[in-house]
Write a protein that binds this ligand. Structure first.
Ligand code: ADP
Length: 615
């Protein structure tokens, strides 16, 4: 309250009013006192001047030796000029101060008594002038000496200042009243003044409080054009600028947060003490499954805990290496191909600075990048190269062995030599087949396959294929049955490639069915597709091998099929070709009972090539 502007203004105004009044009072009172004092002296000087009538009478009274009574009569006659009243009287004194005569009805001087000796009386007694005025005395007085006939008397006039005191008191009461009114006026004025000054300040304060609470909508009204008006105007402008800036910042922040939270990489920011500061959804999903309390990943996960989940021990040596990598390696600290569950990740670590409890701290940011796809690709590439090398080396070794044997033993029997040479030719054919198959796959991979699209009947193709494998099948004692639905639609596709697909499947049935088996080939129309199924009652495929059947070079129990001479590329090529046609291939098999492979081909061509004219 005492610090409020209102109180300060009241105080200032009261002090101001009091000071002014005190000053005015002092000047006024001293002016009045001065005036009275001057007035008294001037009046006395005028009365007792040598050339005045009264003075002439007084001088003649003295010259005639008429004594104090005669002086009294003369003075009394001039009481009007002397300004005698209740407060002013005169006395005729003997040279030693005895009151010889005094103005009639005065209360100041009693005849026969002695007057109180004032500086003026003393001055006259000592032969000096007795007309001076003493400030501070409670009277005005005037004394002269009249001499005549060897005798001398003193005339003494005294004014009790009562009139001045009355006037001064009246003035003082007026000033006091004015002061009281002034104070009252000051209080009322200061109330309005404070209100005028504080109202805009209060609304500015309210505006600042709203701003601090994040409310930027309301504008503060500007009522005046003075400094406070300009300040309010500037404040409103600042509010708009601040709001825009904050909007921009929060927009950017939201964008970053969205990117951060929905980033496919898991990102975790750890504090200096290893606890989690931020983590995104991916990180929560990744580590929640490995925390006992799924809700509390933020609470429970630590930097060391995360490293442990990644299979790394958080030792001083690890920290040292990490700092070393961060300083020296261009990629920073990246730990590659860590396995978490069934997936493979690269872990990147970096330092960041943040402010907490007004102190700059340094934390660690961990980015866990899922590289399972790349890892799998690398792995299958490596496997593929190993498989290709292996598949090509086997026939090459046989060819080399056969050729060396023929060279080393020129005298070997003709039949044996022919056997060796036939073996070399067979192995060369096998190599040619493998290379051919790899070429087909490579062209499919690179979209460089030249498709020959035509419209043909599946029935015709199947009949032709049954004839092609007929001799081989009957050599193994298999029966091949073909069942094609009536009114099968013709399909638009690359006929040679479709024949290759079906031949691969059919020859597998022949190969992997013990002699005397049954192979059933069926074709049916299915809503925009043509379904072709090839079923045998052969050795079947174990369940765990089924998902890998279409992988390149994948063969079920290699020892089991080596005799059949497969490469593991037939079904991979079949799937790629069917996929390219927009179809589907599906395998069902039971170990020891048989296998059924179904191919679905769209009637309309879905190959990614321009249709030949007239097709
Ligand atoms: P391969 O050249 O070895 O025959 P494929 O890709 O054609 O290669 O077949 C892959 C593997 O699938 C074969 O090695 C074989 O073990 C198995 N397989 C394919 N078809 C059959 C079938 N009808 N019966 C049993 N096993 C089969």
């Amino acid at each position: 309250m005492y610090r409020s502007l209102y109180f300060k203004i009241i105080l200032i105004l009261i002090v101001f009013v009091t000071t002014v009044m005190a000053l005015v009072g002092t000047i006024l009172l001293s002016g009045v006192t001065g005036y009275f004092s001057d007035d008294f002296k001037n009046q006395m000087d005028a009365c007792f001047a040598d050339d005045t009538e009264m003075m002439r009478y007084l001088t003649s009274n003295m010259a005639n030796g008429e004594g104090a009574e005669a002086l009294n009569i003369t003075l009394n006659a001039y009481s009007g000029s002397l300004g005698l009243d209740d407060y002013r009287a005169y006395a005729v004194l003997s040279p030693d101060g005895e009151i010889l005569a005094a103005a009639a009805q005065n209360t100041m001087f009693a005849k026969g008594g002695y007057v109180t000796l004032t500086p003026n009386i003393l001055a006259v007694m000592n032969g000096r002038s007795g007309t001076g005025q003493q400030y501070g005395a409670d009277y005005f007085d005037y004394c002269i000496r009249l001499s005549g006939d060897g005798d001398s008397l003193l005339i003494y006039v005294r004014d009790s200042k009562q009139e001045l005191a009355n006037l001064s008191w009246m003035l003082f009461t007026i000033i006091l009243q004015a002061l009281l009114f002034g104070m009252l006026f000051a209080i009322i004025l200061s109330f309005f003044l404070a209100k005028t000054i504080t109202a805009p300040i209060q609304s500015l304060t309210r505006g600042a409080q709203q701003m601090a609470a994040g409310e930027f909508e309301n504008e503060i009204d500007v009522h005046s054009e003075d400094e406070i008006g300009t300040l309010t105007d500037t404040f409103n402008h600042m509010k708009v600028v601040l709001k825009n800036t904050l909007d921009q910042v929060s927009g950017e922040r939201k964008k970053l947060e969205t990117v951060f939270y929905y980033l496919k990489d898991a990102v975790i920011a750890f504090r200096e003490d290893g606890s989690v500061m931020h983590l995104n959804t991916t990180a929560r999903d990744l580590f929640a499954a490995r925390e006992p309390d799924a809700e509390g990943v933020e609470k429970n996960l630590t930097f060391s805990g995360m490293l442990a989940i990644c299979g790394i021990e958080d030792t001083p040596k690890f920290r040292e290496d990490m700092e070393d990598d961060l300083k020296n390696s261009p990629d920073g600290c990246v730990i590659r191909e860590l396995t978490i569950g069934e997936r493979v990740f690269d872990l990147s670590l970096g330092n960041y600075n943040y402010v907490e409890e007004n102190e700059m701290q340094s934390g660690i940011i961990a980015v866990v990048h899922d590289v399972t796809g790349r890892y799998e690709l690398d792995r299958s590439r490596r496997e593929f190269v190993a498989n290709v090398s292996h598949e090509l080396r086997t026939p090459l070794t046989s060819i080399k062995g056969a050729a060396e044997t023929v060279l080393r033993y020129p005298d070997m029997p003709e039949e044996m030599r022919e056997n060796f040479l036939e073996m070399a030719v067979e192995e060369s054919d096998r190599m040619t087949r493998i290379v051919g198959d790899l070429l087909v796959l490579s062209r499919l991979d690179n979209n460089r396959t030249k498709w020959e699209i035509s419209t043909f009947s599946v029935d015709g193709v199947l009949q032709h294929l049954c004839e092609v494998i007929g001799s081989d099948a009957s050599a193994h004692g298999h029966t091949v049955t073909l069942r094609v639905e009536d009114n099968m639609p013709e399909i638009m596709a690359d006929k040679d490639r479709i024949e290759q697909v079906l031949l691969n499947i059919l020859s597998n049935s022949v190969k992997y069915t013990p002699d005397g088996g049954h192979i059933l080939v069926r074709a049916m129309a299915l809503d925009g597709f043509v379904g072709i199924s090839i079923r045998d009652n052969g050795m079947g495929i174990p369940e765990e091998d089924l998902p890998h059947l279409f992988e390149r070079f994948y063969r079920v129990e290699k020892s089991r099929t080596t005799g059949a001479g497969g490469t593991g590329l037939g079904l991979a090529i079949a799937k790629e070709l069917v996929d390219a046609h927009g179809g589907m291939i599906h395998v069902e098999s039971k170990l020891g009972e048989g296998t059924e492979i179904t191919v679905l081909l769209p009637v309309e061509c879905r190959l990614n090539v321009e249709k030949p004219a007239g097709a």
